[in-house]
Design a protein around this ligand. Structure first.
Ligand code: CA
Length: 450
């Protein structure tokens, strides 16, 4: 058995797999079991006066080294959390499965209190749908980032000319591929039945390709995607930058589509924390949000992108070349099989503001969409079988009151404080409309579903 196979067997065999996982992934094993790299407020001491107002001085959060985690890392490194009295301890998670297992443990059990999540992971952890029935109630507190994700394709499928609009550029390609290769096209995501799986399914189905029948879908953790594509493990994958951009920069493959091309200012990953932690420490939860909001504002400023890239690139955090991070943070892409250079910060990662308003606020209309897509693909039978169930779960798990309190305490201008939990109608590149007040109309309009 190779080391990798041993590791995969261990992952499959244990819920508390994080310690094993971190050593499998080449990171030093951690005594706490929450991951390899970790850190807290190195530049500024915690503001003791602010800390004295809080119920606790610390929170343990997990992160995955993709652009979505940047507000958490910057919040620690630039002292935004410590300014509000909170020592945020971040620990790198080797995979999304490890993050899930660690939040089930909780920090009392050597795990984490919460952190960065693909959706609907916090909702499904709350319902016990992805934790062997163990319900660990969680609260979604804020959106971390919009856009900044992509679908990368291998050089071996350059002839497919894969783009965001497959009907236009690649009609019939997937069927031809199966006939020629004697197997299906393989597309990877980083965790099943959440964001990256949902993006790749939306992209394929909009192009007339049935993700259940015409391709093979598999799971590969984000930091393993580069090597996986080099090895020919898959022809395409969907994940957060800098990984899709790095594929293009290293000439291992090309960026077929950015998620911004599929849906402008789409919801991406979220900050969510265990309910027991939030209920016990409501003031600390607001302090956490205040630090996060300030980190998101800082990250969105053009003049801070180079410094952000330098912080994230370090071995302690992402261990990725600074130039790759500079480009992806600034929305500088090489798009398509011919690598056309495009620079448009509006299509890059957005942390604070956008043409559709504030990113950070957890719009319930947006978090609901992931549950509606879960219905579309029948991801969670027995848990999400109807729109009413999806809405009830969404209302239980997503809380915007703490975000609004944090925004007011920070003195944000009224234009940056949403007055409705709905962002209104959303339009996709293929003309599909998602009206959160009528999810059934959206579901009915989709031709390919489970
Ligand atoms: Ca993502």
């Amino acid at each position: 058995m190779t080391k990798r196979h041993t590791c995969l067997a261990l992952i499959a065999g244990t819920l508390s797999s994080s310690i094993l996982l971190t050593s499998c992934m080449g990171n030093p094993p951690s005594k706490t079991g929450t991951g390899g790299a970790s850190g807290s407020s190195p530049q500024t001491a915690v503001n003791s006066q602010a800390a004295s107002q809080l119920e606790t001085g610390t929170v343990n959060l997990g992160f995955v080294p993709i652009l979505e985690a940047a507000p958490l890392v910057v919040g620690v490194e630039k002292g935004f959390f410590s300014k509000h009295g909170l020592d945020v301890k971040l620990s790198k998670q080797a995979s999304w499965a490890a993050a899930r297992d660690n939040v089930v443990l909780g920090s009392a059990g050597g795990g984490i209190d919460g952190g960065q999540w693909q959706l609907p992971m916090p909702q499904m952890i709350s319902e016990g749908a992805i934790t062997n029935g163990k319900k660990v109630p969680m609260v979604v507190l804020a959106m971390l980032m919009s856009q900044g994700n992509g679908i990368a394709a291998a050089n071996s499928v350059k002839d497919g000319n894969l783009s965001y609009d497959l009907k236009k550029t690649s009609n019939g390609f997937f069927k031809t591929f199966s006939q020629k290769e004697g197997r299906k096209f393989r597309a990877a995501y980083t965790f099943p039945k959440a964001n990256q799986d949902i993006w790749i399914r939306y992209w394929l189905a909009a192009g007339g390709v049935n993700p259940n029948k015409d391709v093979e879908l598999l799971t590969v953790p984000a930091p393993e995607t580069l090597q996986g594509m080099k090895n020919g493990t898959m022809e395409a994958f969907s994940t957060g930058d800098p990984w899709p951009s790095r594929i293009a920069k290293d000439n291992v493959g090309y960026l077929a589509a950015t998620t911004a091309q599929i849906w402008k200012v789409h919801p991406e990953e979220y900050l969510a924390v265990r309910s027991d932690w939030v209920n016990k420490h409501p003031k600390a939860a607001v302090a956490l949000l205040k630090g996060l909001i300030e980190a998101q504002m800082w990250l969105d400023k053009a003049e801070n992108k180079d410094e952000a890239a330098k912080i994230l690139s370090s071995r302690k955090w992402y261990n990725v070349p600074v130039s790759v991070l500079q480009e992806s943070l600034k929305g500088q892409y090489r798009i398509g099989a011919n690598g056309t250079r495009e620079t448009n910060p509006k299509l890059g990662p957005l942390y604070w503001n956008s043409d559709r308003g504030v990113i950070s606020y957890p719009y319930k209309s947006l978090t609901l969409w992931f549950l509606i897509e879960s219905l579309r693909w029948k991801f969670y039978p027995g848990t999400v079988d109807s729109i009413q169930q999806a809405e009830a779960i969404n209302n239980r798990v997503v809380r915007d009151d703490l975000w609004l309190k944090a925004a007011k305490e920070l003195g944000l201008p009224a234009k940056d404080i949403p007055t409705s939990p709905s962002r209104g109608k959303e339009v996709f590149f293929d003309g599909t409309i998602y009206d959160p007040s009528n999810p059934q109309a959206y579901l009915s309009s989709l031709k390919i579903k489970s």
